[in-house]
Design a protein around this ligand. Structure first.
Ligand SMILES: *Cc1c(COP(=O)(O)O)cnc(C)c1O
Length: 376
């Protein structure tokens, strides 16, 4: 059996090696390392794939979120609402810009931000909502857009884990994750669903003025060379990464299908087990399974992780600590018990290996090992 990885980038690379190696050496030969033709070509492909007017490539997903908030002109004191159960980057950039992060609890089934909790948390200072499409499926965007319209708020989607997922509106129409709010952000970190071979990210919008502003902000606030209209940052996607991403984007749907096949295998094996709750599909979104996350009950989760590790099966806890318990984000407004769902999830979730290369032998071994522990 092939060694099991949380994410198997090696075997994925081996299948596309000739194409990738050729594309990388073409960039090296061209010496157009920054903003070369491969960046423009990837940008155009991604705009077409997403059905969005503008893709602005940038350095990573964290920068994408930061640039979005800078371009919207958010000011210190403005409140930005986001989920309490997410990767830290979402809240980090809010704090970094001197804005006030306001966290709310998530839905126990989808792990995504709870729209009713958003509504209860809005104040006159609230300027934006940042829904995170966690683990590969979209948050409840019908409800979030409705709230945003009512209170005149910006919506910045953190689509770092959900590129390629479709949101299905109440009327049956569809949009890709990250193209629904005012601005969408994604990451091309190697382990993401569309990962490059280093750091990378992108920002999406259908708004021409915002796009212009963000293209300026990622490039030192400059549209005409050496004339700086905005305070900007230096955040670029390099040409080698874009060349890799162009090749992988052409396979993104195939990759999502492979992830879904693995998820269905897991679902079947763990169905009706009272100690394991399999991921709940939110009817309004397709799932691209960035993670396959179980909610355990009545078992020692740490012991399960240890048991799997002894059998050379990696498993991870995404995420062990809710934001209001993080040392850097201590806030006197929040105390233990304020976000019961996030607190419970942090104590009980475990994510199994999930990637495009899992085969049946590996899946059988993983599921039978989990069940051995759970049913003993
Ligand atoms: C990965 C991730 C980010 C940050 O992306 P980087 O490219 O690593 O900066 C932000 N938000 C979420 C939800 C993520 O998963």
């Amino acid at each position: 059996m092939n060694k099991i990885a949380m994410v198997d980038l090696k075997r994925q690379y081996e299948k596309i090696k000739p194409e990738i190696d050729k594309a990388i050496s073409e960039v090296i030969e061209s010496t157009a390392f920054i903003n070369g033709p491969s960046v423009k070509a990837f940008q155009a492909d991604l705009e077409q794939y997403l059905g969005v007017r503008h893709v602005i490539p940038c350095g990573n997903g964290t920068d994408a979120l930061q640039v979005a908030m800078m371009a919207l002109g958010l000011k210190p004191g403005d409140e930005v609402i986001t989920a309490n159960f997410t990767f830290i980057a979402t809240v980090e950039v809010i704090a970094l810009l001197g804005l006030t992060p306001v966290v709310v609890d998530v839905d126990p089934d989808t792990f995504n931000i709870d729209p009713d909790a958003i509504r209860r948390t809005i104040t006159p200072k609230t300027k934006a909502i940042v829904p995170v499409h966690l683990f590969g499926q979209c948050a409840d965007m019908d409800a979030i857009l409705q709230i945003a319209r009512e209170f005149n708020l910006y919506v910045i989607e953190d689509a770092c884990q959900a590129i390629g997922a479709d949101y299905i509106f109440g009327d049956g129409s569809r949009k890709k994750a990250g193209t629904i709010g005012h601005i969408g952000c994604t990451s091309f970190f190697p382990s993401k669903n569309l990962g490059c071979y280093g750091d990378g990210g992108a920002i999406f919008t259908n708004d021409d003025d915002l796009a212009k502003k963000m293209r300026s902000v990622v490039n030192h606030g400059m549209t005409v060379r050496y004339y700086h209209d905005d305070v900007g940052v230096n955040s670029r996607l390099d040409s080698i990464q874009a060349a890799v991403l162009k090749i992988k984007l052409a396979r993104l749907d195939e990759y999502a299908a492979a992830r879904n096949r693995a998820a269905e295998f897991y679902d079947k094996a763990f169905a009706n087990n009272p100690k394991l709750k399999t991921p709940v599909r939110f009817g309004r979104s397709t799932h691209v399974f960035h993670q396959y996350t179980l909610v355990t009950s009545g078992i020692d989760r740490g012991a399960l992780q240890e048991y799997l590790a002894q059998k050379e099966i990696p498993a991870m806890i995404y995420y062990p600590v809710p934001l209001h318990f993080q040392k850097a984000y201590q806030d006197p407004r929040y105390k233990e018990g304020d976000f019961p769902v996030s607190e419970h999830l942090c104590k009980t979730v475990i994510s199994l290996p999930m990637h495009t290369e899992l085969d049946e032998e590996q899946l059988n071994y993983i599921t039978s090992s989990v069940l051995e522990f759970v049913n003993r």
